[in-house]
Every structure is written in C-alpha cells, then in structure tokens.
Write a protein that binds this ligand. Structure first.
Ligand SMILES: Nc1nc2c(ncn2[C@@H]2O[C@H](COP(=O)(O)OP(=O)(O)OP(=O)(O)O)[C@@H](O)[C@H]2O)c(=O)[nH]1
Ligand SMILES: [Mg+2]
Length: 278
C-alpha cells in the first residue's frame, strides 16, 4: 500500500513546527529560532519513503495580528488549513493550551492529530493528545508518521504528487535568504529580528562559483548599526554561517555579499519588497 497527501503543521509560535518538519524530512527546509514568529510563509517539506509521499506544510505560528505582515502570516495559516488532507496540531509539551487555543483546536474542521512536542524536556504538562514527540531526540517520530499514514489516502501503486527526489517547494535563493534571517534571529536581541526581511538581489551561478548578494532590510537606521556590529563583526558572523550553508546546499564555492538597508515600516507594506514573495 502507498500513502500520500498533504499534512499541515499548525500551532502557536514556538510550538516546534519547523523543528518537526526538518526532523521528518531530514533536511533543513525551514529555519528555527527560540524567538516566536520565526516562520512567515507556508513551506513544504516532502517526506519520500518506499511506501509514502507525505507533503508537510510548515506554517507561521497562530497569533494575533499587529501589522500587515502578521495578517499575511495568518492568511497563510488559513490557506494551509483549507488545502490539506490532515492537520497535525502541535502543542509545546511543557505548556498547557489556554481557552482560546482549545477553542481554536476545536474549530479546526478537517481530520486532526494532536501532538505534544519537546518530550525530551522536563516539566511535561498533562493534556489530552494523540502522541508525544521530540524532534530533538527523534522520540515517536516514526510512530507519528504511522498515525498520519492511517489517515491519508491509500493507493495500490506509488502515487507521487512531487518528484520523489524533491524535498521542498522553495528555491535555493529562498532557503539562503531564510538562512540569513535565521542568523539574524539568533544573533540579535529583542524586537530587531522581527523587523528584518532578507532579499536575494543577485544570484549568479558559474561553473565553479556562485555569486550571491543579499539585502538585510531593517526598519530603523539605529538597527542597521546593531546588525552590522562593532567593526562589522555582526555581519561577518552572519555572512560566514550563511556562506557555509549555501556552499553545502549548492556543492560549490560561494561568494556572498550582504548589505543592510533601511525600509521604514516595511511590515505594513511588505509588498514593497519584491523578492520576498509576501
Ligand atoms: N528541547 C527541545 N526543543 C525543541 C524541540 N522542538 C523545537 N524545540 C525548540 O523550540 C524552539 C522553537 O522551535 P521552532 O521549530 O522554531 O518552532 P515553530 O513552531 O516553528 O515557531 P514559529 O515559526 O515561530 O511559529 C526552538 O528553540 C527549538 O530549538 C524539541 O523536540 N526539544
Ligand atoms: Mg516555524
């Protein structure tokens, strides 16, 4: 029997959706950080096995909108919910959902599995769920796949929606821009990373080397200095980490240049950033 279909990963910011999609796919399709609201767009991560092709949709964390970017993020969640065969709703196992979240879960109309995440951490709370998993240790991930398969369409022969060698719908350019953003999230404090967008403005692939130029877009002149860091150390670190990631992804030497520019209030006019896809 062959199982295939679309599965959305839904949950509050920081629940562990992106960590799970990466662990299941075995590749880094989505960036991760300790800061909430890391994921902004729906990202497909495709699990290809002998007996299944499961297309997971990573989504932004469900939260109240404060600006137009938030509204777009929540629209992305709704569109994921509308177009999948199954929802895996994730709850951080060290927390308990409040009434609002319980109501949200109840109102998800399609078939769903409730999974508690981060089972490797102490202080697990008691809440009715179908499974408890850890993306960090891999605990119960195979079991989760089995639960999912039970609820997907079954075919007598392999039924591929994507080519079986594909693992995401996102371009290399997108993955590299996101890697820059992940580095910003991990290296910068407080509100600055939430006001950052990254655009790849040049991508020139030659036989032995790839030239990539990126813009980090921030909201204020004062943020620009903080991102660049003393003597450029901040930017250097972001650049080094991203270059390594890109070289690994492309299998070639990468020449990466990163610029920082200010676009005031871009979160209320995200359509102005043409290379983002928002
Ligand atoms: N210990 C432990 N930490 C985890 C696990 N899964 C995720 N985390 C951590 O939880 C934090 C949030 O993880 P993400 O995967 O970015 O969460 P998310 O649900 O995608 O968050 P948003 O994109 O903001 O909605 C990160 O610091 C992860 O390292 C896990 O299984 N165990
Ligand atoms: Mg995420």
């Amino acid at each position: 029997m062959f199982y295939s279909g679309y599965v959305a990963l839904i949950g509050k910011p920081n629940a562990g959706k992106s960590s799970l999609i990466n662990a299941l796919v075995g590749e880094k399709v989505s960036i991760i950080s300790q800061k909430p609201q890391t994921t902004r767009e729906n990202i497909l991560g495709i699990v290809n096995k002998k007996d299944c092709q499961i297309i997971f949709v990573d989504t932004p964390g469900v939260h109240h909108s404060k600006n137009n970017l938030d509204k777009i993020m929540m629209k992305n969640v709704r569109s994921a919910l509308a177009g999948v065969d199954l929802v895996v709703y994730l709850i951080d196992g060290t927390t308990l959902p409040d009434d609002e979240e319980r109501e949200y879960i109840d109102h998800i109309e399609c078939e769903k599995i409730i999974a508690r995440t981060k089972s490797d951490l102490s202080g697990q709370k008691d809440f009715e769920s179908n499974i408890s998993i850890s993306s960090k240790t891999g605990e119960n991930l195979e079991e989760l796949l089995n639960l999912i398969k039970e609820k997907l369409n079954q075919y007598q022969k392999p039924y591929y929606i994507f080519s079986p060698d594909e693992y995401t719908d996102k371009s290399v350019k997108y993955l590299i821009a996101e890697e820059v953003r992940e580095n910003c999230l991990n290296n910068l404090n407080k509100e600055i990373p939430h006001g950052i967008a990254v655009e790849v403005i040049r991508f020139l692939e030659e036989e032995e080397i790839v030239y990539i130029d990126c813009d980090i877009v921030c909201e204020q002149e004062s943020h620009k200095g903080i991102i660049i860091g003393k003597g450029g150390t901040g930017l250097k670190k972001i650049g080094m980490n991203t270059r390594k990631f890109a070289e690994n992804l492309l299998g070639k030497k990468v020449m990466l240049k990163i610029f920082v520019k200010v676009e005031k209030d871009w979160r209320n006019k995200p359509q102005k950033l043409k290379n983002l896809g928002y």
